[in-house]
Design a protein around this ligand. Structure first.
Ligand SMILES: C[S@@+](CC[C@H](N)C(=O)[O-])C[C@H]1O[C@@H](n2cnc3c(N)ncnc32)[C@H](O)[C@@H]1O
Length: 392
């Protein structure tokens, strides 16, 4: 019988030595046999471990549908426009957007294709089934490949990509050491040990800490996977928009020892957060805040134009939320149940201490003319009207 994941991790450590947390996290979340995100168990939802905006209510999908329609028009209504969604789960966001386009009888539907990056084969199947149940059988799902025009969406995806955990050691060569995972002596328990960062990553780790050195013992997460993701986007999409929605902060806030001595990494199980990241690998979600400074800096270096840095509440408020709320409250399809669900969802989605405070970052790609239309300050793209928060 296959050994369970914890035993396999311990065996790998015994064979090759302590592993960077990135390797532990890759196994804990996406190991094909035992990873948290790869099995049939539904992780999002009231009975799961966490809830996301699209799983809570279709409002965010309706909002993104409006932003995407307008993007498509401003880049010249190309014959093909692709919704490329990373970590799409079972497709709640996409289906809500498609339903919104059907209600609006939106012309973008005739150009729409879909590409999905989703580690979980069960969720991918569910997504396909949900699309097939939509009017007209839903848009076509194509294999991931470079496209000319489209919108890239990552809702609560980057926070789940493997990150390094660094610990401030001002007297060491680099000013920090890396937290690695080992096996405790005389027990089978996993434990932390400090290692020199690997030669292949140390320069990039140092770069991301630049300007915000860690104090003695301070923990900080660095996701080279998240920055590699954004750097690769121009080879996937030529014209259109990139929308990143996640919990994130600028790096000066993330590395502030007064508030972030322990970093931001947490494990989630049954809607409860824990700082014990090593327990029950494969049974808990593991996340950390997205470093918005690193995301924006990498995006700029890759040639993306940063067009909005706002919050989910402000994004929703500036993408026709009022119309959608009115439809759900008083429109012909309104029911008591839908009105109550709406009220509960709004409390989560608009509250700045909850999902309303999530970061929404928008980046544009395209020709000079297309960029001018996507960044028109006199007529901002829906959702991008809120001012760009100053990078401090
Ligand atoms: C927190 S959930 C968010 C799901 C969805 N975007 C939503 O908002 O409801 C993260 C999703 O990303 C997927 N995921 C995590 N790591 C991944 C990876 N390395 N590659 C592809 N998908 C991944 C998970 O399976 C899961 O569906």
């Amino acid at each position: 019988m296959e050994k369970h994941l914890g035993a396999r991790i311990a065996a790998e450590i015994a064979a090759t030595g302590p592993m960077p947390f990135t390797r532990f996290m890759e196994l804990a979340l996406t190991d094909p046999a035992d990873g948290y995100y790869t099995g049939p168990t539904v992780r999002a939802g009231k009975t799961g471990d966490f809830i996301t905006a699209p799983e809570l209510h279709p409002l965010l999908g309706s909002a993104i549908a409006r932003t995407a329609s307008e993007t498509w028009q401003r880049i010249g209504m190309p014959a093909s426009f692709t919704w490329i969604e990373f970590g799409a789960g079972a497709g709640a966001l996409l289906c809500a957007a498609v339903e919104q386009w059907h209600r609006d009888d939106a012309p973008i539907l005739s150009a729409l294709n879909v590409m999905i990056v989703e580690a979980n084969p069960y969720r991918r199947e569910e997504l396909q089934a949900r699309l097939r149940a939509l009017p007209g059988g839903g848009p076509q799902v194509l294999p991931l490949q470079p496209v000319q025009a489209g919108i890239v969406i990552a809702n609560e995806f980057l926070d789940a990509l493997p990150f390094h955990i660094l610990v401030g050691r001002p007297t060491s060569k680099n000013g920090f050491m890396e937290r690695c995972v080992s096996v405790a002596p005389n027990s089978a328990d996993l434990c932390w040990v400090e290692c020199e960062p690997e030669h292949s990553t140390v320069d990039r780790l140092r770069e991301q800490l630049a300007g915000n050195p860690l104090v003695e013992g301070q923990l900080a997460e660095v996701s080279l996977a998240a920055t590699a993701w954004v750097a690769a986007l121009p080879s996937l999409l030529t014209s259109g928009l990139v929308l990143v929605l996640d919990y994130g902060r600028v790096s000066s806030e993330l590395r502030d020892p007064a508030t972030r001595m322990a970093g931001t990494a947490l494990a989630y199980q049954g809607h409860r957060a824990s700082t014990n990241l090593l327990a029950e690998p494969g049974e808990r979600d593991i996340t950390a805040h997205v470093d918005l400074t690193a995301l924006r800096g990498t995006a700029a270096a890759a040639g993306l134009t940063h067009i909005a840095a706002t919050t989910q509440a402000a994004y929703l408020a500036s993408t026709g939320l009022d119309d959608e709320v009115a439809r759900l409250r008083t429109g012909p399809e309104a029911t008591l149940e839908s009105a109550l669900a709406l009220r509960g969802a709004l409390a989560h989605l608009m509250d700045p201490r909850r999902m309303g405070g999530f970061a929404v970052e928008a980046f544009a790609l395209g020709s000079t003319e297309q960029l001018a239309r996507l960044t028109d300050e006199g007529n901002p793209l829906p959702g991008t009207a809120a001012p760009i928060r100053r990078l401090v």
